[in-house]
Design a protein around this ligand. Structure first.
Ligand code: GLC
Ligand code: MG
Length: 533
């Protein structure tokens, strides 16, 4: 493929985008909750880490029924997180550090405290206010259909006048009615509001959910959450959502410099995900198929190939995601403890060598594990109560970041403050301060890999990926840059025994100790190496 200059300037195609979960990143005022000035104070860290952009999870006014994904006002900042002036200052500072800023947009539902929903409740059945949401008559005393909330229980709640409203998530998150032109118009205005403020793009929450199948038909099965990525559902991945993104793309394209949209779309297959990033829709979609694949060489090779193949026809870069604020951290998914950490180190080199864009979830560069033993009274995820205390939910991946090895909050907040979720004592050793400059640390591995990824012409988005066949428990490929005629080789040993890889040239980076840095190099289990010949 030949590139024109505009394509080369597509910064997002190979961007490494760092996810900041605002509540848990840095707390400037000591109230135990992360905030915008906290993020601002840590921008030098992010610039030095070598990422290209930050995506910040919702910081809008919110009763926090779902960690801010219940938005009560789309054009302001919750006082807990700061002010609009803080948001502006953060965007300006980030830009000065060479970092783009992506904010979270939550269009599927509002908070039940949003003025629109309050008006809908007050105005009563049949009113235009109610038509902004999805209100229906029940079936006698039963909800209108059999849809279940992703967080457990029914997806419907009854209001005193007898009608029911739909909420695919918590009952404090009523779904908007995207058939209503006023809803569409409001969101066009919200997009412009933040674009005018200078944001570089939006991460679109539940991007597959806004449009529901006509007539709201039953699913006909229970435990629907387990079906999400395996079969079509009447409330997800409906054709109508794409019309919304075509409209939004025109708005994004009307701004300079380039602004982007990223879809959080859970779909049954990569080719369904690709439909969100057609040339006239959004720019990227999270690759959850990669995230959910086990530490298994053939399975990873298959999902990598399928992802690249699915994106090729729409000419969108694939994305590579290992963790986020909704899933168990991958150190733990890959086996926890030393094994999990070793695999996570190898996974970092695998992921950063793939073509496309990479998402890094705060703390993965520190090798943080999932906190599995949070006390029950500390749990805040609505999933805990909605599942009738059968699912602990997602708090374990949201524990505040340890910046220093001492202090009551390990530097997350001022000494003396208490973080909103307790940090394990062992995190002292995983803090930024403990890892920076320590050659064998996860943090230094990420910094080295990110630096090489920036500098090496064969990494990034466009250079082809060529698989090397051989031992099925080893993933091995080369990235090939035609223009410079340079190659970067990557091999990861997912087997139980060491294997020999022929390094013609020199090792650039390895995720573990190697016996040599050229020639026949012995690659231990769960270890990755990059070399150039
Ligand atoms: C997305 C968010 C998740 C939130 C849900 C409802 O999946 O990532 O954290 O609970 O949407 O907004
Ligand atoms: Mg705070």
């Amino acid at each position: 493929m030949t590139l024109d200059d505009t394509q080369r300037n597509d910064w997002w195609r190979d961007a490494v985008i760092y996810q900041v979960y605002v509540r848990s990143f840095a707390d400037s005022d000591g109230d135990g909750i992360g905030d915008l000035p906290g993020i601002r104070s840590r921008l030098p860290y992010l610039a030095d880490l070598g990422v290209d952009a930050v995506w910040i999870t919702p910081f809008y006014p919110s009763p926090m029924a779902d960690g801010g994904y219940d938005v009560a006002d789309y054009r302001d900042v919750d006082p807990m997180f700061g002010t609009l002036a803080d948001a502006e200052a953060l965007i300006a500072d980030a830009h000065a550090h060479g970092l783009k800023v992506i904010v979270d947009l939550v269009p599927n539902h509002t908070s039940s405290e949003h003025a629109w929903f309050r008006a809908a409740l007050a105005a009563g059945p049949g009113s235009p206010e109610r038509n902004r949401y999805v209100f229906r008559e029940g079936r006698g005393d039963l909800p209108p259909n059999d849809w279940e909330s992703i967080f457990g229980g029914d997806a419907w709640t009854r209001v005193p006048d007898g009608e029911w409203y739909l909420h695919l998530f918590d009952s404090a998150q009523p779904d908007l009615n995207w058939d209503n032109p006023h809803v569409r118009e409001d969101f066009r205005g919200i997009l412009r509001f933040w674009l005018d403020l200078g944001v570089d793009g939006f991460r679109v929450d539940v991007a597959h959910g806004m449009v529901k199948a006509d007539g709201l038909p039953d699913v006909g099965a229970s435990e629907q959450r387990k079906l999400l990525d395996t079969r079509p559902l009447p409330y997800f991945d409906q054709e109508g959502v794409h019309e919304i993104y075509r409209e939004w793309r025109k708005i994004l394209d009307s701004y300079e410099p380039q602004r982007i949209g990223v879809a959080e779309a859970w779909t049954p297959a990569a080719d369904r995900t690709a439909r969100y990033v057609r040339p006239d829709e959004l720019h990227q979609a999270f690759n959850f198929h990669y995230l959910t694949t086990d530490w298994d060489a053939p399975a990873l090779r298959e999902v990598i190939s399928a992802s690249i193949a699915a994106m090729a026809p729409v000419d969108a870069p694939s994305t590579w995601v290992l963790s986020n604020h909704d899933v168990h951290r991958h150190v733990t998914r890959y086996g926890d403890g030393e094994v999990g950490l070793r695999r996570a180190r190898a996974a970092a080199l695998l992921t950063l060598a793939l073509p496309g864009s990479v998402y890094v979830y705060q703390g993965e560069e520190l090798g943080l594990p999932e906190v599995l033993d949070l006390p029950e009274d500390a749990l805040r995820d609505p999933m805990w109560e909605r599942s009738l205390r059968t699912e602990r939910g997602r708090d374990g991946c949201r524990v505040p970041i340890p910046w220093t090895s001492d202090g009551s909050a390990f530097g997350f907040g001022p000494d003396g403050s208490t973080p909103w979720l307790p940090q394990p004592a062992a995190w002292a050793e995983l803090s930024v301060a403990a890892q920076v400059g320590a050659a064998a640390s996860m943090l230094e591995l990420y910094r080295s890999a990110l630096r090489l990824r920036r500098e090496h012409p064969a990494l990034g988005d466009r250079p082809a990926l060529e698989w090397h066949d051989g031992d099925p428990s080893v993933l091995r490929f080369a990235r090939v840059d035609q223009a410079s005629d340079r190659r970067l080789h990557c091999a990861i040993n997912l087997g139980a025994a060491s294997v020999t890889v022929p390094v013609a040239g020199t090792v650039l980076l390895a995720s573990g100790q190697l016996d040599s840095d050229s020639g026949d190099v012995l690659l231990p289990p769960d270890t990755a190496v990059w070399w150039e010949d």
